[in-house]
Design a protein around this ligand. Structure first.
Ligand SMILES: Cc1ncc(COP(=O)(O)O)c(C=O)c1O
Length: 405
C-alpha cells in the first residue's frame, strides 16, 4: 500500500478522520434484515425511548410561533439559564449563563475543544477504554493521543489509577479527556477521584475536557462531577448534552461550559462552524430541563433492570468475563477466552461471526479506541428486555458451540 496521503481523485490531499464504527454497522444490519434475518443489536448507544411528549410539544409550539431563524451563537438566554440552573442545583456549582455555549451536540463541543487547544506536537491524555472521538479529534489536529489504561478485574469491571494519569502527563500535555460515567465500560468515577484528577491536572497545567453526557445514568456508586470542583474555572472545559438523558439524539443539542473569557473566544469558533444550534431544538431543551423529569427517571429505572438482566444472563455464558456496570448503558466484557477457543486473532472477526452467524451485533473493543479493547466487546443495553433475552440466548448458543470444540 502506498503511504501517499489520499487525494480521492481530486487535486488536493484530503485530511481524514476515522468514523464511528457504531454507525458503520447500520447499513449491514439493514442488508441482513432485507434478507429476512432479525438482527438483535447491542450496537449503537441510543436510548430506545421516544423524546418525552412535553419536549416535542415545546418544539412544535416554537415552530408554530415562527421561531425558525438564527439565534445567538451562544444559545438562547433562557436555555443557557436553564443549563446553569440545572448544573448549579445538581452539582452545587456556580456556573453563570455567560459561561455556557450551546452546541450542535456533544460531539461538536468535543471537536471545538480540540480545535481551540490542540496543535501538532501537543499531546492529549485519554483514559482508555474510551469513546472513539477523543483520539480522532486529537489526531485530526496533528496532536498525539497518549493512553492511560484502566485496570480490568473479571467480575468487578474497570477502575482508574490516578497515579498512572499523573505519570503519563508530560510537558507537552495540553488536554486530558475524561468521560464519566464512561462509555464503553460503564465505570462511574466518584467525587474523591474526580477531585484528585482535577488537582493533578491543575498542578500540571493541563486542561480537563470532561464529557459527562451520561451523568443521569447512575445505577450505583456516587458520581463526581468536575463542575463541582471549586477551581473549575482554572482548567476545565465541561461538556454535556441532551442526546442521552432526554432521548434526543437526533435533535443535536449539547453545551460546553468554561470560564467567560474562554467562552467568548469559543463563540468566534462556533459562529464559523454552525452559527447557532437549531432554534426549535433549543426551545425543546428548555422544556427538557425545566419540565417534568418523570419520563427520564422511568427510563433510567428501566435501564437499571436491563443492566441487571444482561449481567445475570451473560455471566452464565462461557467466554464472556462480565461485570455489573455502575453507570451509562454499556458493558464491556472481556472475550479473549472465546477468541482463543475459536482460533480468532481479532475481536473484529468475532464480532462479524456473531453478526453473520447468529444475527447479533456487539461492537468490537477495537473501536474504544484500539489497544486495550482488543480483547473486549461492547454491549449497549439501550434495547428492549426481549432483545436482551433473545440476543444473549443466541450468543450463548454460539459460545457453547465454540467452547465445546
Ligand atoms: C461519551 C460520549 N460523548 C459524546 C457522544 C455524542 O453525543 P451527542 O449526540 O451529544 O453528539 C456520545 C454518543 O454516543 C458518547 O458516548
Amino acid at each position: 500500500m502506498s503511504n501517499e496521503p489520499p487525494t480521492l481523485g481530486l487535486k488536493q490531499e484530503m485530511f481524514l478522520i476515522q468514523g464511528e464504527s457504531a454507525f458503520s454497522y447500520l447499513p449491514i444490519i439493514r442488508e441482513l434484515e432485507s434478507k429476512g434475518i432479525k438482527v438483535i443489536s447491542f450496537g449503537i448507544g441510543q436510548p430506545d425511548f421516544p423524546t418525552p411528549k412535553h419536549i416535542r410539544e415545546a418544539a412544535k409550539d416554537a415552530l408554530d410561533q415562527g421561531f425558525t431563524g438564527y439565534t445567538e451563537t451562544a444559545g438562547i438566554p433562557e436555555l443557557r439559564e436553564a443549563i446553569a440552573d440545572y448544573l448549579n442545583s445538581r452539582y452545587k456549582s456556580d456556573v453563570k449563563p455567560n459561561e455556557i455555549i450551546v452546541t450542535t451536540g456533544t460531539k461538536t463541543a468535543l471537536f471545538m475543544a480540540g480545535a481551540a487547544y490542540l496543535r501538532p506536537g501537543d499531546e492529549a491524555l485519554i483514559i482508555e477504554p474510551s469513546y472513539y472521538a477523543y483520539a480522532q479529534v486529537t489526531k485530526f489536529f496533528g496532536a498525539r493521543p497518549r493512553f492511560v489504561s484502566m485496570d480490568f478485574e473479571p467480575g468487578k469491571g474497570f477502575s482508574l489509577d490516578i497515579g498512572k494519569v499523573e505519570e503519563a502527563i508530560t510537558d507537552r500535555t495540553r488536554l486530558l479527556f475524561l468521560n464519566n460515567p464512561n462509555n464503553p465500560t460503564g465505570v462511574v468515577i466518584g467525587p474523591r477521584q474526580v477531585e484528585e484528577l482535577m488537582e493533578v491536572a491543575a498542578k500540571k497545567n493541563v486542561i480537563v475536557v470532561a464529557d459527562e453526557i451520561y451523568d443521569n445514568f447512575i445505577y450505583e456508586g456516587e458520581f463526581g462531577s468536575t463542575i463541582s470542583h471549586s477551581g473549575w474555572r482554572d482548567n476545565l472545559l465541561y461538556i454535556n448534552g441532551f442526546s442521552k438523558t432526554f432521548s434526543m439524539t437526533g435533535w443535536r443539542l449539547g453545551y460546553l461550559v468554561a470560564r467567560r473569557e474562554v467562552i467568548s473566544r469559543m463563540l468566534d469558533l462556533a459562529v464559523s462552524i454552525y452559527s447557532c444550534a437549531t432554534s426549535i431544538a433549543q426551545k425543546a431543551g428548555v422544556a427538557a430541563l425545566r419540565g417534568d423529569w418523570t419520563p427520564v427517571r422511568n427510563m433510567i429505572d428501566e435501564f437499571r433492570k436491563r443492566r441487571d438482566a444482561l449481567y445475570n444472563l451473560l455471566k452464565e455464558v462461557p467466554g464472556f468475563e462480565s461485570y455489573k456496570p455502575q453507570g451509562a448503558f454499556y458493558m464491556f466484557p472481556r472475550v479473549s477466552q472465546l477468541m482463543k477457543a475459536l482460533g480468532l486473532d481479532s475481536v473484529d472477526k468475532l464480532v462479524n461471526r456473531l453478526l453473520y452467524e447468529k444475527g447479533v451485533l456487539v461492537l468490537p473493543g477495537t473501536t474504544f479506541p484500539d489497544r486495550l479493547g482488543r480483547d473486549f466487546v461492547r454491549f449497549s443495553f439501550a434495547t428492549s428486555m426481549d432483545n436482551i433475552v433473545e440476543g444473549v440466548k443466541r450468543i450463548a448458543e454460539f459460545a457453547a458451540e465454540a467452547m465445546r470444540r
